[in-house]
Design a binder for this molecule. Structure first.
Ligand code: SAM
Length: 279
């Protein structure tokens, strides 16, 4: 069966497997509606009569572009500034003072990776924390990498333009200091100022690619609210990969509703969703 509204069992199984193999996003058994509603436009654009024909096309194609497009369409990208605020309090009050003593003294920059950064709110929240800390502890060298699997989200992160009504900043001074208000047809939106954007590199990284295109070890890795989309074996693999990318003494942050229970690791728990690589 395959009607305009539906998807055959085989087509769903094929697409779910393809998505899993590529991104480890585990759709489960009941996401047919989500998948078809997100991909219907694409199917129509490609003038395919049903999802079986779409699967045929995917089988025939050798490159990854179409599957990247599918993952882009189905991924959940919800995020906001200062989400799970306690992590940023910890960053300012504990991690940055400690890294400043240890890393900055060696003249190295403090390096931070936001590994599933969605549309950039997490990256720029971290950048605001660094900049605030730097005001009181000059000079401080730092750099932030923001990455995601979704091209659509990376474009947004690169543009760094957000609706002012949705900024949810802890104090109005931060808005003045770090955002430029739009005017005319951009009324109501704000752009992160150049002083922060220039510290941030945005690039595409699939968390499950064989080796990350990141040369240096990171002192801080934020990988929050993405583990929940993966099954246990994939979570274990990801934590192992991230631990290797973390400098000894570096910090890993995962989402408040995520945990490393049942995952073998050598990280020391420091707080809610906060871990340290000890060696
Ligand atoms: C819910 S958002 C989390 C955003 C932010 N970290 C936060 O906590 O607010 C999850 C992000 O993970 C990304 N993602 C999912 N699978 C991924 C993968 N295999 N590699 C890289 N990013 C992935 C999605 O595209 C999405 O933008």
């Amino acid at each position: 069966m395959s009607s305009d509204a539906g998807i055959s069992k085989q087509a769903y199984a094929f697409l779910a497997e393809l998505i899993y193999r590529y991104s480890r996003i585990h759709l489960g058994e009941h996401k047919q509606q989500l998948l078809t509603s997100r991909l219907r436009k694409r199917r129509v654009e490609l003038r395919l009569k049903d999802f079986d024909a779409y699967c045929e096309l995917l089988r025939a194609r050798k490159n990854d572009d179409e599957i990247a497009f599918i993952v882009d369409a189905i991924s959940t990208n919800h995020t906001h500034f200062f989400r799970e605020r306690a992590h940023f309090d910890f960053l300012m009050q504990h991690a940055l003072p400690e890294l400043n003593r240890r890393v900055a003294a060696s003249k190295e920059p403090i390096r931070c990776w936001s590994a599933a950064s969605s549309s950039g709110e997490e990256v720029y929240t971290i950048a605001i924390c660094f900049a605030e800390y730097e005001q009181l502890h000059k000079p401080l060298k730092w750099e932030i990498l923001g990455s995601d699997i979704s091209y659509r989200m990376l474009d947004k992160a690169q543009a760094a333009v957000y609706e002012q009504s949705r900024l949810e900043l802890p104090s109005p001074e931060l808005l003045k200091r770090y955002f430029q208000k739009g005017s005319g047809k951009f009324e109501g939106s704000c752009r992160v100022k150049e002083m922060l954007r220039k510290k941030v590199t945005i690039k595409r990284v699939n968390l499950f690619e064989p080796s990350y295109p990141i040369s240096a070890e990171q002192h801080l890795i934020f990988c929050r609210n993405v583990l929940i989309y993966f099954d246990k074996p994939s979570q274990s693999e990801l934590i192992r990969k991230l631990s290797l990318q973390l400098a000894p003494g570096g910090y890993l942050f995962i989402g408040h509703s995520e945990s490393l229970m049942g995952i073998e690791h050598r990280l020391r728990p420091l707080g809610h969703g906060i871990f340290m690589r000890t060696k």
